[in-house]
Write a protein that binds this ligand. Structure first.
Ligand code: ZN
Length: 156
């Protein structure tokens, strides 16, 4: 224990995960929280009895692998080893807030960037009030300008 693990943010939109029973989802989250740095969880890990019943369904769904040759070792998938950075959490918050559409042109089918309305290079903060969702073309075009400067440059 003592490791800080993060549930992969995409897990809630993962159809295979959502299709699992409630108990199986709970079991998988338990596995993800308690397994070691190599995603391993064994029959001696505290909490094993609570998830044992759900292992067949998790194995069937491909979320867990049972390695009998190594003793009762279970590998749980769908959990990120790297910690989700604070910036990544802010980005996802901004994208959700803005409906995953570019604030400037409304595009939803372009790669999304998190744009500093007042550019960071000019003192703009990382606060949500200064961040907005921009598609890649808009963000690259706007570059280190304010929206007003950017607009002016386009209408000239
Ligand atoms: Zn755009």
């Amino acid at each position: 224990m003592g490791r800080n693990r993060s549930i992969h943010p995409n897990i809630w939109s993962d159809e295979a995960f959502v299709a699992l029973s409630f108990d199986a989802r709970l079991a998988l989250l338990t596995l993800g929280t308690l397994c070691d740095s190599r995603d391993r969880f064994t029959s001696t890990t505290p909490g094993f009895d609570a998830v044992r019943h759900d292992l067949p369904q998790l194995i069937g769904a491909g979320r867990v692998e049972w390695d009998g040759s190594a003793g009762e070792v279970v590998y749980a998938f769908g959990f990120s080893r790297r910690r989700v950075s604070r910036w990544e959490r802010i980005r996802q918050f901004i994208f959700d807030r803005d409906g995953r559409a570019c604030t400037y042109c409304g595009a939803v089918d372009e790669p999304l960037h998190c744009d500093h309305v007042v550019p960071a290079s000019r003192g703009g903060s990382n606060e949500p009030s200064n961040l907005t969702t921009a598609c890649k073309p808009c963000n690259l075009s706007k570059n280190d300008r304010t929206p007003a400067e950017w607009l002016n440059s386009q209408t000239r």
